[in-house]
Design a protein around this ligand. Structure first.
Ligand SMILES: [Zn+2]
Length: 428
């Protein structure tokens, strides 16, 4: 049953009235430096946000023992104690509509060179209509969008007439195990909505690549630099091995390896040398170097096959005469994530696109992402249609990350109307 025009008006008015408070809420979340292992303050903040909506926050542990046989599980990087995800569930008086998951990750990637930021990464600042700070765009503004949307229904004297699950998860940026744990801990819903930032224009994710993380460790043969020829320099050896991964990246971006959903995109399969540690002393031949790699997985390919490719590249490097005397190891911690296509004809996606047009006057396009989201869990392992779209952000994972505040309000209105239409409403 369609939402009556009076209710729509009341919801939009409530969104309008909540603008200032949602900006303050975003600033509080961005001020939580929720990098890997430091998510507790952001999780506590989310628990308070859920309480403020009249919902009871529940902690959901990420337990590798329980998850390890699931195909979506990724090898953990650090222990999970003290970092439990937090969820809250709204239950209607009478369930009449369709249930909905509102999901967002609280973790953020490291700030990088903090001295390059115009203002400190975890001191949110507003300039020219944008909020700057690590995580402002990816994806704390989206989280505030769904919180405000739910609040707006309440302020309008309404609430969803179906179960609405809110899930605040960790490790979207390195494993996805937080999302997996929460999805499995709660009953399946009729749809999921994840307000991740878009690609710079309003868009719904139509597909995403998979990702495999690998750590390649090279142990050389140490020597005093006077007898440099007698040693094997681990750093130089690592650079040679990196050339092999670089060649693999070129190969994987050849047209015949690109899925139709990604055609027309420049270089969709990215292999990134993200971290490098090596060497001990300027005047010693380096004994050890460790490379942290992120290898993209094209739609049609699988994380298992890419992992096998990585093992093969390392095995071939071991046979390289130029690297004789070097020991080369590979370990897999972090993402083991399959690529995923999302159903653009799904009613939740169609509804969100319609509501976005009505709420903002703009139009969402569809777009295949060369990065990944937690959306794959719902789509691949639960068959739950998922709509992934969020406010326009800039420099996510970069310096001076920011989100457009007006875009956040637009997404708030979109989520509020989408939720009200999807779930139906009842008197609060
Ligand atoms: Zn994100």
């Amino acid at each position: 049953m369609a939402l009556d025009p009076g209710a729509r008006r009341a919801i939009l008015d409530a969104c309008e009235a909540l603008r200032e408070q949602s900006v303050a809420q975003l600033a509080r979340l961005v001020a939580c430096p929720s990098t890997l292992g430091n998510e507790h303050a952001a999780l506590d903040e989310m628990a308070r946000n859920y309480e403020a909506l009249g919902l009871k926050p529940v902690r959901v542990p990420t337990d590798p023992e329980r998850l390890k046989d699931h195909p979506g599980f990724s090898p953990p990087i650090i222990p999970y104690a003290g970092r439990d995800n937090v969820v809250a569930v709204h239950r209607p008086r009478a369930a009449k509509g369709r249930s909905l998951v509102l999901q967002g990750h609280v973790d953020v990637v490291p700030e990088g060179a903090a001295d390059e930021w115009t203002t400190p990464p975890f001191e949110p600042a507003i300039r020219a209509g944008r909020m700057f700070g690590r995580g402002a765009g990816d994806m704390k503004a989206g989280i505030v969008g769904y919180l405000t949307a739910f609040r707006a229904l309440r302020e309008a004297g309404l609430q969803p007439a179906a179960e609405v699950q809110m899930q605040s998860v960790i490790e979207e940026e390195c494993t996805g195990n937080g999302a997996l744990a929460c999805m499995l801990a709660l009953p399946r819903c009729d749809a999921a909505l994840i307000p991740e930032p878009g690609p710079g224009f309003p868009a719904v994710y139509s597909a995403e690549v998979g990702v495999v993380w690998a750590q390649v460790t090279v142990t050389g043969r140490p020597a005093h630099v006077r007898e440099k020829q007698a040693g094997v320099n681990a750093i130089e050896a690592a650079m040679t091995i990196w050339q092999r991964f670089s060649a693999y990246e070129t190969e994987m971006n050849r047209a015949e390896h690109i899925h139709a959903a990604f055609r027309g995109l420049n270089h969709p399969v990215n292999v990134n040398l993200g971290t490098f540690e090596g060497g001990e002393w300027n005047s010693s031949v380096a004994t050890r170097a460790v490379m942290g790699l992120r290898v993209g997985v094209m739609l049609g390919n699988t994380a298992d096959r890419v992992r096998a490719d990585i093992e093969r590249i390392v095995a071939e490097a071991r046979q390289d005469p130029a690297l004789k005397g070097a020991k080369i190891g590979v370990a897999f911690q972090g993402f083991h994530a399959d690529p995923c296509a999302f159903d653009m004809s799904a009613p939740i996606v169609q509804l969100a696109m319609r509501e976005y047009a009505g709420a903002t006057g703009g139009e969402m396009r569809t777009y295949p992402a060369t990065g990944l989201t937690d959306g794959r869990f719902f789509q691949l392992y639960q068959g739950t249609p998922v709509a992934i779209f969020g406010p326009g952000a800039e420099a996510i994972h970069g310096i001076d990350e920011s989100v457009e505040i007006e875009a956040m309000h637009g997404i708030t209105r979109t989520i509020a109307l989408t939720m009200a239409e999807w779930c139906g409403v009842e008197r609060a």
